[in-house]
Design a protein around this ligand. Structure first.
Ligand code: GDP
Ligand code: MG
Length: 312
């Protein structure tokens, strides 16, 4: 054996076995079809925030699912947003496009029984990508009469091409195994990129901000959540083993600040305690969370403020 053959560069990736698959997979779909719920179910952690409102997901987030068969890196994309006028929507559209151009496989997620113009527009854009495309028909738990699905699917298939179709319920965690197998067998044989116990590329700091934002989406009415963002000012480990987190909720106007705080501080307290409980579950330790509400006029339209708040 000469020197060359025995040379093993540090960190050289190794295949766990001959048929180990790994690759980047986009979960694509119009707002509200259940992409974030699906990502969380596939990864087994609530990484991506979920609410009944469209445009909940603002950031690209990677969810990592490692099994004996391979490692799937799911990208939950913010949907393509209408109204490219506001700087934030433009930033979201850029994030969605660049996420999709890098992947090895695309799962288009739709709602059972519905194929809208927005689904079609997205389909037309995705067909351009020369990678396998799967269709995940989500929310099948809402369809009482399963036979009603057949005409819907056969009409869909007559006009569209997918490499395979899967029926799933992200909420009830049904049909996920089949989808996972369908994805894995179409990914290239290559070594894992992340360690087997890693579940996301995002920091706890980032996830903490998202978990506060999730509560804003769930608890505030109408347009208000879209005028808020969350900044983590401090995140440190205390000697007693707790994570101490200081978060600022930014709003655009004084009136909004009063609403976020609520009567006698009740709203902010409720936001804080729900967010804290979710953090404790994902971070697997006790959390001390302090929340402030501050006003910054016009942050939603200001590119430099968006950068500060982490919208690339
Ligand atoms: P996204 O905008 O595509 O990321 O969608 P979300 O994951 O935020 O989900 C939007 C809404 O649909 C939330 O209220 C979810 O609870 C709900 N949802 C997601 N998946 C399912 C499902 O399989 N069944 C039902 N009934 N609701 C679901
Ligand atoms: Mg989402």
């Amino acid at each position: 054996m000469n020197d060359h053959e025995s040379f093993d560069p540090i960190g050289a990736p190794e295949l766990p076995h001959d048929d180990f698959r790994c690759g980047l997979v986009a979960l694509a779909g119009r707002p509200n079809v259940g992409k974030s719920t699906l990502l969380n179910a596939l990864v087994g952690f609530r990484l991506s925030i979920v609410s009944p409102r469209p445009q909940t997901t603002r950031h690209r987030i990677l969810g990592i699912a490692t099994s004996e068969a391979g490692q799937i890196l799911y990208v939950d994309t913010p949907g393509l947003h209408r109204g490219a006028k506001r700087a934030m929507n433009r930033s979201l559209n850029r994030a969605a496009r660049s996420a999709i151009s890098e992947v090895e496989l695309i799962v288009q997620v739709i709602e059972a029984g519905r194929w809208t113009d927005e689904d079609q527009t997205l389909y037309d854009a995705l067909v351009e990508q020369k990678v396998p495309r799967l269709l995940a028909i989500n929310k099948v738990d809402l369809t009482k009469d399963k036979s009603a699905m057949l005409p819907f699917v056969s009409e869909l298939m007559a006009k569209h091409s997918f490499d395979d179709i899967y029926y799933v319920s992200a909420l009830k965690e049904k049909g996920l195994k089949g989808l996972e197998e369908g994805i894995l067998k179409r990914l290239p044989v290559q070594p894992p990129v992340y360690g087997e116990d890693e579940v996301t590329d995002r920091s706890e700091r980032f996830l903490a901000a998202e978990m506060v934002r999730e509560q804003l989406m769930l608890r505030l009415d109408q347009e208000l959540p879209y005028a808020t963002t969350v900044e983590i000012e401090q995140f440190h480990e205390r000697p007693d083993g707790m994570a101490e987190i200081h978060a600022v909720v930014w709003v655009e106007r004084d009136g909004q600040k009063a609403i976020v705080i609520g009567q006698g501080g009740a709203q902010l307290k409720a936001i804080g305690s729900s967010a804290r409980r979710n953090m404790e579950r994902v971070f697997e330790r006790k959390v001390f969370l302090k929340l402030w509400v501050k006003v910054r006029e016009g942050w939603v339209d200001d590119e430099s403020m968006l950068k500060k708040f982490g919208y690339e």
